[in-house]
Design a protein around this ligand. Structure first.
Ligand SMILES: *Cc1c(COP(=O)(O)O)cnc(C)c1O
Length: 392
């Protein structure tokens, strides 16, 4: 299996068959497991083997198939699936930290990640320093002897800034800190953050891995020592396990993940070209676009620019709202990585809670809109976006 290419792993890795020899992965919708004897129960509680289970909060065969398949794709030793992406982020941080520790984090973060770092961790005696993630000198300057974790989103939402994972990891490892990367925007298809130097990678599987807007889920990936050690201990006792049904949806999502992400990225490239220089747009932001300040870094780290483009619309919030309201195919919603193209106005929704000053420093202007590109025909999407720009 190690020699398989990604597409083969996405279809076959981690498959477990019951005594019935079913072709499609089974949903083991069971909380508990039975034992042949009291001795067997005792032995399993002492040490649970790879294909042995005790209770679904600790592990379940369908969930294990999903964990093994995504770990195979990511080429890492182990994964633990969670009820949502945020359960994965919280678990990875909590399992790494204790009172008195220090975290360095990129400032441009998904709102709930920011809440954990800014509001929750300090209540438990963990200090957090926020830096401009694209500035390696700022990362270095922020480290302290008690820095245990460095946290970042590989591509920032919604301004699509690219962080140098290898650079940040080299600095963090000098200080003995664990690098935890939220890789959602980069996708597991286009960027292998562990290979670039990170220690732990997190996905909200709610996004591209489901890819059809059905279930919440998350996963933490890394080496066996961390995942099967402190991470699993924290997650299995605090109860954020992924449900077997959701794991089955995610397994099926993995089978088509590469095809979907590649098609979405192709459409992004088409749209970037179709929209370049449009007189209603101040900027089209996409990591692989020629005018992206970090295009070279993006091309070094990723095999494609991702599935999201951001548009800076001239004329502020009024113009951005008229654009959103005029779209006929692209739907107003805050999810991403979906088969349906979705548009968000971050300043009034996902990033509304931030102060105007912080929004400005992150580049989240009133004219900025984020478009998650789906699986519709690229010419139809280009026509829809252009007619909505004209309607402003
Ligand atoms: C959606 C998202 C999360 C949270 O995932 P949920 O599944 O909604 O809990 C975390 N980080 C990023 C970058 C996301 O896009």
């Amino acid at each position: 299996m190690e020699n398989w290419n990604a597409k083969t792993k996405l279809v076959h890795a981690g498959t477990k068959r019951s005594q019935y020899g079913e072709l499609s992965e089974a949903i083991f919708l069971t909380q508990g497991f039975v034992y042949d004897s009291a001795e067997q129960a005792e032995a399993r509680f002492v040490e649970c083997g790879d294909d042995e289970y005790i209770y679904a909060r600790y592990g379940n065969p369908t969930v294990a198939m999903f964990e093994e398949r995504i770990a195979a794709l990511e080429e890492c030793e182990a994964g633990f699936a969670t009820a949502s992406g945020m359960a994965a982020v919280n678990g990875a941080l909590m399992a790494s930290l204790k009172a008195g520790d220090h975290v360095v984090s990129a400032r441009a973060l998904f709102g709930s990640c920011l809440y954990i770092l800014e509001d929750i961790l300090p209540r438990f005696g963990v200090e957090v320093t926020f830096v401009d993630g694209t500035d390696l000198d700022a990362w270095r300057a922020a480290y302290r002897p008690n820095t245990k974790v460095c946290f970042l989103e590989a591509i920032s939402n919604p301004t699509l800034e690219v962080i140098d994972i290898t650079g940040v990891s080299e600095i963090a490892h000098e200080f003995g800190a664990r690098v935890i990367v939220d890789n959602v925007f980069a996708t597991p298809i286009f960027q292998r953050s562990l290979a670039l130097g990170a220690d732990v990678v997190i996905y909200s599987t709610t996004k591209h891995i489901d890819g059809q807007g059905r279930c919440l889920g998350g996963v933490v990936l890394g080496d066996r020592e961390f995942i099967r050690g402190p991470l699993e201990a924290f997650l299995k006792h605090t109860g954020a396990a992924m449900s077997p049904f959701n794991a089955w949806v995610m397994l099926k999502g993995l089978e088509t993940l590469q095809l979907r992400c590649e098609e979405q990225a192709r459409t992004c490239n088409t749209l970037v070209q179709a929209l370049a220089g449009h007189d209603k747009l101040a900027r089209v932001i996409y990591p692989f676009a020629d005018d992206h300040a970090q295009q070279a870094l993006a091309k070094k780290q990723m095999t494609a620019g991702g599935t999201v483009i951001s548009l800076e619309i001239k004329g502020g919030q009024g113009a951005a709202f008229r654009f959103l309201n005029a779209l006929q195919i692209v739907i107003i919603s805050n999810n991403l990585g979906d088969a349906k193209s979705l548009v968000t106005h971050p300043a009034t929704t996902t990033h509304q809670r931030l102060s105007p000053e912080l929004r400005a420093s992150l580049g989240i202007t009133d004219g900025l809109v984020r478009v998650s590109i789906g699986l519709e025909d690229s010419a139809d999407l280009a026509a829809d976006i252009v007619q909505a720009l004209e309607a402003i």
